[in-house]
Ligand binder design. Structure first.
Ligand code: SF4
Length: 220
């Protein structure tokens, strides 16, 4: 068994998921920013249902400020934690208007001044909406899979991002996260691992297939 490397993981998972990308629906940077805020502790599929009508009603930052908080909360209720998310969206839009001339900022530094926007959200929006690569979005799928694959040994989001930024070619920073999400959903979920159908099974330290083969070797 060899140690898995980022290069091998990228090569195998790119073959497996050639269309891996952001699964939130959006038409402009503001829509992607709002959708990404709504996606915290919610599925992208649910967010896409909500934003289908939300983005018809709210088109520019000022639209989100023209309604009372309760109205926006009601419009996003099914995404969960709607009180916190509505406040984050309204405060974010206020900052975009006052500090960024009504445009979503194009730098990590600018993005991190927006309420409710952490490095994960900022990295997703910058890379997907502007092609600006300034970080690796690390979510729960990433944390679980990167640890299972032995590429990191930490649950700390910030530490994992720094380690993966060191180990991953810059151009692959955005796709790494999408590949992890795709693999986590299709093959290596939190409660079910289809190691037999996984192209990384020979070298993954968490492979159940490897463990079974290893056991039979020991018993023979
Ligand atoms: S071999 Fe198993 S544990 Fe390792 S990445 Fe594949 S499915 Fe997940």
């Amino acid at each position: 068994m060899k140690k898995l490397t980022v290069d091998v993981v990228l090569k195998e998972l790119k073959k497996l998921y050639p269309k891996a990308k952001c699964t939130l629906d959006f038409e402009d940077p503001l829509q992607l920013l709002v959708a990404t805020i709504l996606a915290a502790q919610c599925t992208d599929a649910r967010v896409n249902v909500v934003t289908k009508t939300l983005f018809v009603k709210y088109r520019v930052p000022q639209d989100y400020l023209n309604v009372p908080p309760e109205e926006l909360e009601n419009d996003i209720r099914s995404c969960g934690t709607f009180h916190v998310k509505a406040r984050a969206i309204q405060e974010t839009c206020a900052t975009i208007i006052t500090d960024f001339n009504g445009e979503v900022p194009r730098t990590m530094e600018g993005m991190l001044t927006l309420r409710g926007v952490g490095r994960k959200t900022a990295a997703v929006v910058l890379a997907t909406a502007f092609g600006v690569i300034e970080g690796i979005p690390i979510d729960t799928h990433n944390i679980r899979l990167l640890n299972r694959m032995g590429l990191v040994a930490s649950k700390n989001q910030h530490r994992i991002e720094l380690e993966m930024m060191d180990a991953t070619p810059h151009k692959d920073w955005p796709i790494l996260s999408h590949l992890m999400v795709a693999h986590g959903r299709a093959v290596c979920s939190a409660f079910n691992r289809n190691c037999a159908g996984c192209p990384l099974k020979e070298d993954c330290p968490s492979s159940l297939v490897y463990k079974r083969n290893d056991l039979s070797k020991l018993l023979s």
